[in-house]
Design a binder for this molecule. Sequence first.
Ligand SMILES: [Zn+2]
Length: 142
Amino acid sequence: MRKITLIVVHCTAGPQSQCAADIVRYHTLPRRRGGLGWSTPGYHYIVEPSGYVAQVVPDWDIANGVKGHNEHAIHVAYVGGVDTSRRDLPAVDNRTEAQKLALRSLLGRLRRDYPSARIVGHRNLARKACPSFDAMKEYADL
Ligand SMILES: [Zn+2]
């Protein structure tokens, strides 16, 4: 197992009608087919609006979550995080209650598995709104 020092919380910045497989397809499809053409998806875990948690990259593999911060990170995303009714897609914390419960449970488990890792939001590592809420504050007790 690689050394894990960061557990990074993300939003998918897309509609909540998407499922985990849609996100993986978007990240890994070649550009000519409308994807981003990444060799691995951007997240290890994707939390769907129902609260279902899909693990799409094993913990021992590197996911393409935050440039320069991937080697020692586990990336967790919830589906949503933007207001898709507006053209400019402003950041909004639209986690469902099921997503909040599933995120807290998953992050608690990851903190127990990787006790030297700290939980941060993508916004704490880059100039981004992701994950559209203050993850460091919300999960400070885990
Ligand atoms: Zn992010």
